[in-house]
Design a protein around this ligand. Structure first.
Ligand code: SF4
Length: 274
């Protein structure tokens, strides 16, 4: 099997690859439709995803300056209203004024295309760049788990590579980049990750290794994960003979509708290629 020449590696598809190479193949190369529900209870899970989607839209509107009272009207239930009030009362601050909202960056790295869509990038010219990601999962993950996520490694790396496209007047070192996760499940305790040149070097090598592994499996075969806990919340478990009962939505690390699932065209929103 060949990786399509225009394939873009993102945090979603690389995270899937890390958890299970076979899932990566089924989902992104074979475009296999979902034969099973992802997690139980289905309706509640879908409602949670829907709230997360609306919440991201509300925050996006707020960040671009729409009036608070107009945005609040979209909070259709108490949970969403609670998230919104928590956001207004405890969003990370102070953030620099120069903002890029729902912004896509992409770059070529080695022979590969890397892409990321950022909830928010805030720039203090010549001083610092802050990435903010709004998380609507039911639980706040432990810091160590977050630190290992592909998103925590790819986003600051890609931003560092593309920083000049956002601010042509300055150059930025990795030490000037910070990533903040803000959680509806724990709004008063955002997680901050300060970046460094050493970490950027490690991340660059790691991402390249992962992509080379993808290429290797594409020439041989994509193995099923040996960590079967990933299977209970995987929609492909019936194809892999890894059970038919859906796991609990509580087991899901990132309960958010991701762009690959929705097939959102990345170029719908502000995009910068570098
Ligand atoms: S069911 Fe398990 S082995 Fe199969 S694709 Fe999903 S995670 Fe991988």
């Amino acid at each position: 099997m060949k990786i399509p020449p225009d394939f873009s590696f993102s945090q979603n598809n690389l995270q899937d690859f890390v958890e299970c190479p076979r899932r990566f193949e089924l989902r992104y190369l074979l475009r296999q439709p979902w034969p099973a529900i992802q997690s139980q209870p289905v309706l509640e899970h879908e409602q949670h995803l829907r709230r997360g989607e609306i919440f991201h839209q509300m925050v996006q509107q707020h960040q671009i300056g729409l009036p608070v009272e107009k945005i609040a009207a979209q909070a259709y239930d108490q949970t969403l209203l609670g998230w919104w009030e928590d956001y207004l009362g405890s969003q990370p601050s102070p953030l620099p004024e120069r903002r890029f909202v729902e912004h896509t960056l992409q770059t070529t790295y080695g022979n590969y295309r890397l892409i990321a869509k950022f909830d928010l990038i805030a720039i203090q010219p010549a001083e610092k760049i802050i990435i903010v990601d709004w998380k609507t999962g039911r639980r706040k993950p432990p810091r160590g788990v977050l630190a290992r996520r592909i998103q925590t490694r790819l986003y600051p790396f890609l931003l560092w590579k593309c920083a000049n496209a956002l601010d042509k007047t300055s150059t930025y070192t990795p030490e000037q980049i910070e990533m903040i996760y803000w959680f509806t499940a724990d709004p008063l305790s955002p997680e901050h990750f300060h970046y460094s040149y050493k970490q950027a070097e490690r991340d660059g090598e790691y991402i390249l290794e992962l992509i080379q592994q993808v290429e290797h499996y594409a020439k041989t075969y994509f193995p099923l994960t040996s960590q079967e806990q990933h299977c209970s919340i995987c929609v492909y478990r019936s194809l892999c003979n890894r059970g038919i009962t859906a796991g609990s939505a509580e087991d899901e690390m990132d309960e958010e509708i991701d762009d690959d699932r929705l097939d959102i065209a990345f170029d719908q929103i502000g995009e910068t290629e570098f």
